[in-house]
Design a protein around this ligand. Structure first.
Ligand code: NAD
Ligand code: ZN
Length: 347
């Protein structure tokens, strides 16, 4: 299956190509810096290098893991760019999962006030979500993705064959973001997912990737800077980011934290009489089908509550949550009653 999805924002316009990776024309660039990690490099760099032939190609290999999505890694990318004398006509290629794409995009956005970058995502999560839409960033001790920019790539190449080497747990974590898109924006897609088999049926997987990217591209076109509808993509993330932080970015994967976060959001939506409990169970069941954790015991409710305020959606000390009203429809709720929020957190 070959599909091209066009994404147009105020700042950029680019294609997301879903196809097996073939020739990439990079002749117009003076130098190429590929940013990757040891795992992706060992498995797939030869395939990437066979797709273009550029005399000035350099590789920056970062440590693998969410715990390295930090300023030190950004410095390392920038240092590589300076050592190899990249100029404003040079290109950064992001080659890896969401951690690599968030950091490569960030580095590209600040190196000499911004140079081109393209994204070649190699995890399911990055293919359906992180590589599309131009949010870049890193974590710090205060929380997740709190430093970053909006910076769109010049193109995105999604090759499903890269996923053949992805560990099962990572694959399943990516499905969490697919379910997120369906719950917030597309009821028919959710119903389709309930009977699909994304693990054993390649056609189902291809369709789910195409559909998720289409949904995300459509939302980013309408609201690049997240002043409205794009916030819906953060469903599950307000709780999920705290779960991720409390696990030192290593206990749970991002997609797993989001899965548990969606269930906490659903608890709140049910308590606020917005979501039917039967639909909340349907969402949990779909997550469970792919072994995504749906339950998380919060040890210290007050501490967890305080940490929710570090979320980027929180404004003027107001807490904002993306809650489903129904499958396929979401709403942004500001400052729900504290006792209901605590009850939702304790389930
Ligand atoms: N910018 C956005 O809009 C956006 C959206 C969603 C998520 N994110 C970010 O994405 C990150 C999570 O991304 P992720 O789940 O891809 O994690 P990741 O980048 O850490 O990749 C997961 C693991 O899979 C390995 N890997 C990558 N490709 C592989 C392959 N083909 N075969 C075998 N192993 C492979 C990696 O080395 C890593 O160990 C989070 O930091 C999250 O904040 C960003
Ligand atoms: Zn996410």
């Amino acid at each position: 299956m070959a599909e091209i999805i066009h994404l147009k924002t105020d700042s950029n316009s680019y294609d997301i190509i879903i196809d097996s990776l073939k020739k990439i024309d990079l002749d117009k660039y003076s130098k190429i810096l590929i940013v990757t990690n040891p795992c992706v490099s060992a498995l797939h760099i030869s395939k990437l290098l066979s797709c273009f032939n550029h005399k000035y190609t350099f590789i920056c290999t970062l440590k693998d893991g969410e715990q390295y999505k930090n300023l030190a890694s950004i410095e390392s990318i920038l240092e590589n760019a300076f050592i190899h004398k990249l100029d404003r006509k040079s290109l950064i290629i992001s080659f890896g999962g969401g951690v690599i794409s968030d950091m490569s995009g960030f580095a590209a956005s600040i190196y000499q006030r911004g140079i081109d970058f393209i994204s070649i995502p190699t995890t399911l999560l990055a293919q359906v979500d992180a590589s599309v839409g131009g949010k870049t960033g890193i974590n710090n001790s205060f929380g997740k993705n709190l430093i970053g920019t909006f910076y769109q790539p010049k193109s995105v190449y999604i090759d499903i064959d890269f996923l053949s080497t992805l560990p099962k747990r990572e694959f399943n974590a990516g499905i969490s973001e697919i379910i997120k898109m369906a719950v917030c924006f597309d009821r028919d897609f959710f119903i389709w997912l309930e009977s699909a088999d994304l693990i054993n049926n390649k056609k189902d997987l291809e369709y789910a990737i195409f559909k998720s990217v289409s949904i995300k591209a459509d939302i980013v076109c309408k609201d690049e800077k997240e002043n409205g509808i794009r916030a819906g993509l953060n469903y599950g993330h307000t709780f999920g980011h705290v779960i991720e932080l409390l696990g030192n970015y290593s206990l749970y994967l991002h997609g797993e934290s989001v899965g548990m976060g969606m269930c906490k959001a659903n608890n709140l939506a049910v308590l606020l009489n917005k979501l039917d409990i039967k639909d909340s169970i349907r969402i949990s069941n779909l997550l469970k089908k792919y072994q995504i954790p749906t339950e998380y015991k919060i040890q210290d409710l007050n501490d967890f509550y305080d940490r929710l305020f570090l979320d980027k959606k929180s404004q003027n000390n107001n807490l904002r949550f993306i809650l489903p009203n129904d499958i396929g429809d979401m709403e942004i709720i500001t400052n729900p009653p504290k006792e209901l929020l605590f009850e939702a957190m304790s389930i």
